[in-house]
Write a protein that binds this ligand. Structure first.
Ligand code: ADP
Length: 356
């Protein structure tokens, strides 16, 4: 199996860096996701690795071989794009076989591989159809088929599910993950959808403004976000990030009279608390006013004001509450995340010495 290692990779257009000094590796046979908001450099990074763009600086290794200066054809990888780019005048079978025909693979081998891929993807009954006679999910499967029939050790995918509706996206997520495991492929997958990344990845490489914000497992990224940006990008609704004031050794949520933490040196900080870590607690000294209530079925989102700050609570129910009500809120000490107010960097070092 083959892995990918990227070192100090940058891509610049004029004065603007689309990718800035990025280093990471993808373990052989694992599923890594490049995640981040639109414009953060995900596609550029994938295009650099595939060889469709040339790097301004840095190196790319595929299977321990430096391919930085090699053309795409010598990188031994398959790629699936957001637009399926199927040929409308060719049948499903011809679309899937296109690459093998170009490479002049023998006819019996083509037939063998086609039967195998069609079987894997549930396309056996559709091989004679044209793309226009398929649903969105089926077209996506054909695009996948075209990528996996090449039997490359590495597959790069750029937002392959963004044209599908929510239910189908979920189904295809599960299918792609199962297929990747079954074939033992090394996968590098681009998305802006954190749920997709959380559900599929062994490792999430979170990008912001062309640089890596955090490179960790989904559980680490959720549980110990490296920055306030990572805290807000992962999880729905996003982590509450509250402005703090410092008064006589105590940190308070801005505009409140109750200390959040004591014994912290005076530093400009924000506090992160996930909506699902907050409990309604009538006896708590942390008082908030309910602003809006959104019933979602399995749970309810309660938007509140606490001091000068807004905060969302995810509760099982909001029975008996209405906008304007005063409520008490509590959270376990371990649910508090402290971040530097200016840089957004996580400050666990301060939490260790603090009192409750
Ligand atoms: P993402 O995939 O995360 O949405 P991209 O990699 O497409 O982001 O783009 C990253 C940044 O690089 C953006 O600011 C984008 O405008 C810029 N960019 C991408 N391609 C080019 C190009 N060919 N020329 C100039 N700037 C580009």
């Amino acid at each position: 199996m083959t892995g990918i290692a990227v070192k100090g990779l940058s891509k610049r257009w004029g004065e603007t860096f689309a990718v800035r000094d990025v280093s990471f590796s993808v373990e052989p046979g694992s599923f890594a996701v490049l995640l981040g908001p639109s414009g953060c450099g995900k596609s550029t990074l994938l295009r650099l690795i595939s060889g469709l763009e040339t790097a301004s600086a840095g190196s790319i290794e595929i299977g321990s071989k430096d391919v930085t200066a090699r053309p795409p054809a010598e990188r031994d990888l398959a790629m699936v794009f957001q637009s399926y780019a199927l040929f409308p005048h060719l049948s499903v079978a011809e679309n899937i076989l296109f690459g093998l025909k170009v490479r002049k693979t023998s006819k019996p081998e083509q037939a063998d591989r086609l039967a195998h891929v069609a079987d894997l993807l549930g396309l056996s009954g559709l091989l004679e159809r044209r793309p226009s006679q398929l649903s969105g999910g089926q077209q996506q499967r054909v695009a996948l088929g075209r990528a996996i029939i090449a039997e490359k050790p590495i597959c790069l995918m750029d937002e392959p599910l963004s044209n599908l509706d929510a239910k189908l996206r979920h189904e295809m997520r599960v299918e792609i993950r199962a297929l990747q495991r079954k074939l033992g492929m090394t996968m590098l997958y681009v998305t802006h959808d954190q749920a997709e990344a959380m559900g599929m990845a062994n490792r999430i490489i979170l990008l912001k403004d062309g640089a890596i914000e955090q490179d960790a497992t989904p559980a680490e990224t959720y549980g110990r976000p490296a920055t306030s940006f990572a805290g807000r990008f992962i999880g729905t609704p996003p982590m509450n990030v509250l402005a703090l004031s410092w008064e006589s050794g105590g940190l308070r949520i801005k505009g409140t009279g109750t200390a959040l933490l004591n014994g912290i040196p005076e530093t400009a900080l924000t506090a992160g608390i996930r909506p699902e870590d907050i409990a309604l607690d009538a006896a708590s000294p942390h008082r908030a006013q309910v602003e809006t209530i959104e019933y979602l079925g399995a749970d309810t989102l309660i938007d509140c004001r606490i001091g000068n700050e807004r905060l969302t609570v995810r509760a099982r129910s909001a029975d008996g509450l209405a906008p304007g009500a005063e409520i008490g809120l509590s959270w376990p000490r371990t649910a508090l995340h402290l971040f530097d107010a200016a840089s957004g960097t996580r400050r666990d070092d301060l939490l260790n010495g603090a009192g409750g």
